[in-house]
Design a binder for this molecule. Structure first.
Ligand SMILES: Cc1ncc(COP(=O)(O)O)c(C=O)c1O
Length: 414
């Protein structure tokens, strides 16, 4: 019977799929702990794109020659693979965009400008990444909607009591991050969905940090919108997707316009292509779509459930250790579910200095505000280090991080 946990020997084998993990940085073995920013890519993903470029490259939907046919087939098939992966009813509900950011902008512009008016409210969480805040603030300035934020409590979890108060009959959209890119908190999506549905509001889930780690079924979640980026789930940059219910996409006006998204154009006007192409103007990232499809196959081969179980064990192990390191101040991870993603500071040390120290030992972490300034302000921190783990990271790498943090503390706080 297949184990629901990845074994150390499987992890070792998996690591061989990622050529970059062999790199030496400053003569030290690379330890890559910046996976929330972007993940590394397995050979199968890299090679799928190079094979496509060597054998089938041609623009899609434009010609009847064989290369264009093959490219079109591969591109459309990638939509089907994403649809199946997230439990969408049809590939027509999957719109390929550049990244999660573009998907969120698409929703705010297309859905927001068509269906919201000045008396409407959009409710977000204070945990949102800037990409699910700024488009709504711009819409607020354009059409006068109100944007409200559900805060987090001391323990780093969302304040669901406050959410109940903020979500009212005026709420037309509730937009929530499923897993925080700062605290690692996994929010109670079903509870939030029920709140949105109780007032008939649209429910938008930012899955940029959750989809790489957690099995997702959008039909079970009952969300109206779901967004993610391929590059955070072993796929290439330049491609992400918007899932939206088909009825909604049918009603929404196009976002970007031009070639491929039209059915017919005259000098007087235009009509739109069928879904999802109505929202995919211009030459899309079809090579990257091939890589994205391969990335999903790679994850499915391992099984997301097993990835999640392995990372849960890693998270518990790291958390126990962090609790014993008195010179570290870490944020969140007190109550509820979390990714193996930790934001922290060495007391008295600027995170950029600490990150640079870690880099000299080959350890890549992020330092900064993590594109979540409203959350950082709420937590009263300016910047933090962030170590974000993925299934190819190991306990040994975590150990190396701990010992190097101890060295950094000795160096800066002597
Ligand atoms: C939760 C969350 N949402 C959205 C984004 C934006 O992703 P992208 O930069 O790929 O558009 C990020 C990126 O870090 C994120 O962490």
């Amino acid at each position: 019977m297949e184990q629901l946990q990845l074994s150390q020997s499987e992890i070792e084998k998996i690591r061989e799929d990622f050529p970059i993990l062999n790199r030496k940085i400053n003569d030290k073995q690379l330890i890559y702990l910046d996976n929330a920013a972007t993940t590394q890519k397995p050979l199968s993903v890299i090679e799928s794109m190079s094979e496509f470029l060597k054998k089938s490259n041609a623009n899609i939907h434009r010609a009847i020659h064989i290369l264009s046919y093959e490219a079109t087939l591969a591109y459309e098939n990638a939509h089907k693979i994403v649809a199946k992966f997230i439990g969408a009813k049809s590939f027509r509900e999957i719109v390929f965009v550049r990244n999660a950011t573009e998907a969120l902008n698409l929703i705010a512009h297309s859905f927001g400008e068509r269906f919201l008016t000045s008396s409407d409210e959009v409710v977000l969480t204070i945990m949102e990444h800037h990409s699910n805040i700024v488009p709504w603030l711009i819409l607020r300035d354009k059409i006068g909607i109100k944007v409200k934020f559900i805060k987090t409590k001391e323990d780093g979890t969302l304040d669901y009591d406050e959410a109940e108060k903020l979500i009212t009959k005026r709420t037309k959209l509730l937009g929530v991050i499923q897993a925080s890119n700062v605290l690692g908190t996994v929010n109670n999506i079903l509870r939030l969905r029920d709140l949105a549905k109780s007032v008939n509001a649209k429910f938008l889930v930012d899955g940029a940090q959750s989809l790489p780690h957690i099995p997702i079924n959008v039909s079970d979640l009952g969300c109206d919108f779901f967004v993610a980026s391929a590059h955070k789930m072993v796929g290439p940059t330049g491609i992400g997707f918007l899932y939206a219910k088909r009825e909604l996409l049918e009603e929404m006006p196009p976002f970007l316009t031009g070639g491929d998204m039209i059915r017919e154009v005259t000098v007087d006007g235009a009509t739109w292509n069928e879904l999802p192409f109505k929202f995919e103007a211009g030459t899309p990232a079809f090579t990257e779509a091939v890589g994205f499809a391969e990335a999903i196959k790679y994850l499915q081969n391992i099984k997301i459930e097993r990835i999640l179980n392995y990372e849960k064990t890693l998270e518990k192990y790291i958390l126990e250790k962090l609790k014993t390191m008195s010179f570290i101040e870490f944020y969140g991870h007190q109550k509820g579910e979390h990714l193996a993603l930790f934001s922290f500071n060495i007391k008295g040390v600027h995170p950029h200095d600490a990150a640079s120290f870690l880099n000299s030992f080959g350890i890549a972490v992020r330092s900064g505000n993590h594109c979540a300034q409203p959350l950082m302000n709420h937590l009263k921190i300016e910047n933090a280090l962030r170590a974000s783990f993925y299934f190819y990271n190991t306990n040994n790498e975590a150990e190396k991080l701990f010992s190097t943090l101890e060295e950094a503390n000795k160096f800066f706080n002597r």
